[in-house]
Design a protein around this ligand. Structure first.
Ligand code: ADP
Length: 233
């Protein structure tokens, strides 16, 4: 595919996000410029407080910029109606967080089905079972999440979102609570989703080791992009 001719998945132009709580103003993003092309795996790195979660909330359409433009596939997401944004989030964007992606009262099988539905596609219990088997958790389908390790839970959460075949996977510190072995397993699954399914991935982290998985690393500091580099693929 000729990337130069393809439409960007995201185009951010001079994006500013200011939080106002009581009398306190916090400028979380100070003029972000960012383009994400289809099929890219972009890692956004930065210390705690640099604006990563704020950026991800804008990309998912759960938040709007104070100024500037956040475009998603040509649509001005920041100014789109709530219903339109919810539809896009529900059909095209899959989101995985640091924790609590799964519901404690549901079985792993039910959780995979629900994660897929929330990311835009209903899957049968047979497909959910297959998805669990593909990540080595086929025999855990009746278990509650609390019976599994943090890494297993995160892999199931990614597998559930992947089952919906979203255009975009947004990941917010998804390995933040994991040891390095579990972390690598979760990242391998995200990497596979990117390579095999062609899913566009934006992953935010403060862990520089994760940069190795990226096509491109974007560094944030105090709400600004301070550096980016394309990595050899
Ligand atoms: P990161 O994800 O890199 O840790 P955040 O995007 O969470 O950074 O936060 C960026 C800045 O915005 C921080 O100074 C944080 O305290 C502030 N912030 C984040 N969310 C809110 C909020 N809801 N209200 C007020 N300030 C916030």
């Amino acid at each position: 595919m000729d990337l130069s001719a393809a439409q960007a998945v995201y185009e951010l132009r001079d994006v500013i996000r200011v939080y106002r709580e009581a009398d306190v103003e916090t400028i979380a993003l100070r003029g972000i410029e960012l383009t994400v092309m289809p099929g890219e795996f972009v890692v956004v790195m930065g210390r705690s407080g640099s604006g990563k979660s704020t950026l991800l909330n804008l990309l998912s359409g759960t938040d709007r910029p104070t100024a500037g433009r956040v475009s998603y596939r040509g649509l001005d997401l920041g100014r789109a109606e709530d219903e339109r944004r919810a539809t896009i989030r529900g059909r095209e964007i899959g989101i995985v967080f640091q924790s609590q992606n799964l519901f404690g009262m549901l079985s792993m099988l039910e959780n995979v089905m629900l994660a897929a539905r929330l990311a835009g596609r209903s899957v049968s219990s047979a497909e959910a079972q297959q998805r669990l088997e593909a990540i080595g958790l086929g025999n855990r389908s009746r278990h509650r999440p609390s019976a599994l390790s943090g890494g297993e839970q995160q892999r199931a959460a990614v597998a559930g979102v992947r089952a919906a075949e979203p255009k975009v996977l947004l990941a917010d510190e998804i390995t933040g609570e994991l040891d390095s072995t579990s972390s690598a397993e979760v990242l391998r699954l995200v990497d596979e989703t990117h390579r095999r399914d062609g899913t566009t991935v934006v992953l935010v982290t403060h862990d520089s080791a994760i940069a190795a998985y990226a096509d491109r690393v974007v560094k944030l500091r105090d709400g600004r992009v301070v550096g980016g580099m394309a990595l050899p693929v």
